[in-house]
Design a binder for this molecule. Structure first.
Ligand SMILES: Nc1ncnc2c1ncn2[C@@H]1O[C@H](COP(=O)(O)OP(=O)(O)OP(=O)(O)O)[C@@H](O)[C@H]1O
Ligand SMILES: [Mg+2]
Length: 371
């Protein structure tokens, strides 16, 4: 014990105050006793919970986190195992702090049984981008399935469709609706397989200088004359926007999917969709696993005034087959994420109960191709 005290003493030079050090941390650090009552909170904890240490001390942790928060399960695990437990990307939700993605570590304080130290670290933007890369991974796992579907489903399907068409020629009035049903449903499955086909990697992407306003105009026209005819469209274009380095057809697909989602979410009455573009000089992103930084100056966003994305869907938004619509395939946003990823761009989403915005940032076309 004496040795231990000496070791602790040695760790701290004269004039250094441990409390000042803990308050200098950007990681929230708090300690709770056996009854889950807060007995220590550093400055970062005050900021995270938007509450002063005075107010937090001697209060139960349940005053700041909902009783069913996964943090309590972590704490119990620490007490029963007497070892450190870490959880990455935990969703912390409270009325005061909103929804936060956190990395949380719970550590038993060995010298004082029952006391648990908790560190809570907010996930950074880099982390969010990392998550987006995981979505790309998820899209990639669909690739093999897409290839299999195209081969094993589409070919026999065209046989079924042809047979239904032949039967239709000689069918009586009673049977004709049935043959039509076979044909229509076969077409629907074919469409689905075609959409999945985009996930299969078909060699290097043909890229050129694309005027994004022409892409948006086309999407606007398609929407206005079809699924979005009841909506008001507002275009806020920056006329000096330089060309995007990209594939025109794929970019049309991207914005068609975003505008379709927006129109499905906007209210039937007074529904509005805003398409906007802007040039941002200083936006640079680190490329994961490399020291390269890319310049992504072109911003294009699609907003709607619908009631927003359900919270439970947000973390999985870009994963394939995630949908809240009875007739949805959940492939739209997975496809968008895959195409934007292939273009070296980033997609972000901001959504609340009054407005949802999908923002895409893309590299600029340059004659040297050095973005
Ligand atoms: N603008 C938006 N407002 C509210 N929710 C949205 C919006 N865009 C997407 N979502 C939510 O994300 C889910 C996934 O969208 P995605 O486009 O991938 O599939 P989908 O629209 O359901 O199906 P599909 O695109 O195949 O018709 C949607 O079901 C919806 O719940
Ligand atoms: Mg969709």
């Amino acid at each position: 014990m004496a040795n231990r005290a000496i070791a602790q003493h040695d760790r701290r030079a004269k004039g250094i105050d441990g409390d000042q050090l803990l308050n200098a941390l950007t990681t929230a650090l708090l300690a709770i006793n056996q009854q889950n009552v807060i007995i220590y909170a550093n400055t970062a904890t005050e900021q995270l919970f938007r509450s002063s240490a005075d107010h937090m001390l001697n209060k139960p942790l349940t005053a700041f986190l909902p009783k069913d928060s996964p943090v309590f399960a972590l704490i119990e695990q620490v007490r029963s195992q007497r070892s450190i437990v870490s959880e990455y990307g935990l969703t912390l939700e409270t009325p005061r702090i909103g929804i936060n993605f956190m990395n949380i570590q719970a550590t038993p304080v060995v010298e004082q049984p029952g006391i648990v130290a908790l560190t809570l670290q907010q996930r950074s933007i880099a982390d969010k981008i990392d998550r987006q890369l995981t979505h790309r991974g998820a899209a990639r796992s669909v690739t093999a399935m897409a290839a299999m579907l195209a081969h094993e489903v589409k070919n026999p399907l065209s046989g079924i469709r042809g047979a239904a068409q032949l039967l239709e020629q000689n069918a009586n009035d009673e049977d004709r609706p049935l043959t039509e049903l076979i044909r229509d449903e076969a077409d629907r499955i074919c469409d689905l397989v075609d959409r999945m086909g985009v996930f299969s990697d078909t060699g290097p992407l043909q890229r050129e200088a694309v005027n994004i306003h022409q892409v948006l105009d086309r999407v606007h026209k398609l929407a206005k004359n079809g699924f979005g005819s009841h909506l008001k469209f507002v275009n806020e274009f920056d006329p000096s926007l330089p060309a995007v380095l990209g594939n025109r057809d794929q970019l049309v697909q991207v914005f068609l999917n975003l505008v379709k989602n927006a129109s499905e979410s906007a209210p039937k009455i007074n529904g509005q969709i805003t398409l906007s573009t802007a040039y941002q000089q200083g936006v640079r992103f680190a490329v994961p696993n490399s020291d390269k930084r890319v310049h992504l100056p072109l911003q294009i966003s699609v907003s709607d005034n619908g009631s927003g994305i359900p919270d439970d869907l947000k973390p999985y938004l870009f994963d394939p087959f995630v949908t809240s619509k009875p007739q949805g395939t959940g492939l739209g946003l997975a496809l968008v994420a895959k195409i934007i990823g292939d273009h070296g761009g980033v997609i972000e989403c901001d959504s609340n109960s009054k407005k949802t915005t999908f923002r895409i940032i893309l590299p600029m076309f340059s004659t040297t191709q050095d973005t």
